[in-house]
Design a protein around this ligand. Structure first.
Ligand code: 3VV
Length: 474
């Protein structure tokens, strides 16, 4: 058996090998072994040949890390020598508060809008309560809910266009992000309550079986489990505000809860949030701003070679900032909120770094948005009879719209780059799958990383170029 395996492996090596010449026969080898000249040669492949089947490249990986560190160090020194120290925390305070000497304003429109963001949820809750108390018909109530959440998401745009207030860009960006998160949460809140109502009102056996997928609705399941909140007992201000603060976009009547706060874990996350925020702001001032402003000239002159050089230069700080932002948001901040609120489901991100194609990346990088998209758009659209492809395009369309909203509204400049960037994802997913099928998972993963590293600086430059043209003097 052993001999047979050895024989097979020899045959395999012979078939694969470039240097194991077929003319060196087994017989010749035997003869050589009988010689007394202490032979030290035998047929074997060089390690870099595929046929050698050598796989241990740990040293080269170490070398790669060392080269990266040295190049990074050189980049750091070059940056400091060229621009001096640009990190200035006071500048952030000026940007965040909108205070500057020439144009000081006492009104803080962004802060007023942030405070007002507490009102739409209360309106939604009141409508839900009115529907539950049968003051409104379901149809009228649900139409009112839709109008409320559409008004809520339009409010930053309305405030920008109808008031004479001057918003600073960081303030209005924060407002748009908060209003968008609120929009997604309220959509989930209304739809989940709608599912509970629908399940409650249906008595027939077949629909009772369907209602098992919405298990927290009173009168639906005959066995009422104690300690579990059931519709409409959930319609309370405390319950709604817990959901608004919880690190999820999907509403449930009974979230999984932890029974204690781990103090060491909490302190670690707090330190990470404080340190991470300062790091991101410092990197932004010291590295990102000079790289973006320096890339403007080649862009306006349409000098393609220099554009490419500038884009590659911008790609590095942008990518590092993006990685810091990922860790800070999805690990440090969301875990901090989860720990404080006893929220037990910490599935905020998957191993997107191993994604073998773009589809896998989008299903694992931002889990709160992905789970929301699946639960509130993808599955409902699929169950209306549409194919998976159509449902996925629908999700990406909504996502593209909101990406554009997050960029265009603060810049007050309507372009389509962010929208097109997101709408390019389904075709890019197909391309990365072709790479994966034809060349293997490693190449699919390369496509994912390349699109992340190169796609973002391109989009940033498109917007910065258009913004500079519109707002800055030559
Ligand atoms: C807040 C902080 C900001 C920026 C990220 C945006 C996307 C991804 P598949 P299959 P299983 C849509 C709204 C977006 C708003 C955007 C605003 C962002 C800002 C808001 C965050 C603030 C950071 C950074 C971002 O990160 S923005 N992300 O746009 C959209 N795409 C997807 O989620 C997926 O590609 C999707 C859903 C379109 C397709 O996913 O995995 O390729 O599809 O068929 O495998 O199924 C998906 C799941 O659905 C289940 C399956 O079992 C599967 O579950 O594995 O994920 O757990 N499923 C399918 N059919 C089902 C059925 N009939 N019943 C039940 N389940 C079913």
């Amino acid at each position: 058996m052993g001999a047979k395996r050895e024989d097979n492996s020899l045959r395999y090596r012979r078939a694969q090998s470039v240097t194991t010449a077929e003319d060196i026969t087994e017989k010749e080898n035997k003869a050589r072994r009988l010689q007394y000249d202490k032979p030290c040669h035998r047929p074997r492949d060089s390690l870099f040949s595929w046929s050698s089947q050598f796989t241990n490249f740990t040293g080269l990986v170490n070398w790669g890390f060392l080269m990266l560190t040295i190049s990074g160090l050189r980049l750091c020194l070059e940056n400091f020598l060229k621009y001096g120290i640009r990190v200035n925390p006071f500048e952030w305070i000026i940007v965040l508060t909108g205070y500057n000497d020439e144009n000081y304003k006492h009104e803080y429109p962004s802060i007023i809008l942030l405070c007002f963001s507490g009102v739409p949820p209360v309106v939604c809750l009141l409508i839900e309560k009115a529907i539950a108390a049968e003051l409104f018909s379901d149809k009228l109530g649900e139409s009112l809910q839709i109008i409320t959440i559409l008004l809520e998401i339009s409010l930053p745009v309305i405030a920008l266009h109808l008031t004479n207030q001057e918003f600073n860009i960081v303030g209005i960006s924060t407002v748009c992000m908060v209003y968008l998160i609120l929009f997604l949460k309220l959509w989930s809140y209304c739809q989940t309550n709608h599912w509970c109502r629908a399940a409650k009102s249906k008595q027939s056996n077949s629909l009772r079986r369907q209602s098992l997928s919405v298990p927290n609705c009173k009168d639906v399941d005959d066995e009422v489990v104690t300690g579990i909140v059931q519709y409409p007992d959930n319609l309370k201000l405390g319950d709604l505000f817990y959901f608004l603060l919880a690190p999820t976009l999907c509403y449930e009547l009974n979230f999984p809860r932890t029974n204690r706060i781990r103090k060491r874990f909490l302190i670690k996350r707090i330190v990470e949030v404080i340190f991470g925020m300062n790091l991101v702001m410092a990197l932004f001032q010291q590295w990102m701003i000079p790289a973006v402003t320096n890339a403007l000239d080649p862009f306006s002159q349409m000098d393609y070679i220099r554009i490419t050089e500038r884009l590659l230069k911008l790609a590095i700080p942008n990518h590092l900032l993006w990685l810091c932002f990922f860790y800070l948001t999805f690990h440090s901040f969301l875990n901090l909120m989860g720990e404080l609120l006893h929220f037990a489901d910490r599935n905020f991100y998957g191993d997107w770094w191993n994604a073998r194609n773009i589809s896998v990346f989008w299903s694992s990088w931002n889990m709160p948005v992905h789970i929301w998209a699946v639960r509130h758009v993808y599955v409902p659209v699929s169950s209306m009879g549409y194919s998976k492809g159509v449902s996925a395009i629908m999700v990406f369309f909504i996502s593209a719209f909101f990406h554009e909203y997050l960029v265009s509204v603060p810049l007050q400049m309507f372009r389509v780059w962010a929208f097109l960037g997101m709408m390019a994802q389904p075709p890019l997913a197909v391309i990365s799958k072709v790479f994966e099928w034809r060349l293997g998972a490693r190449w699919g993963n390369m496509v994912v990383w390349s699109s992340l590293i190169l796609g973002q600086p391109l989009a940033i430059m498109m917007y910065y170029h258009d913004y500079a043209l519109a707002h800055m003097k030559p």
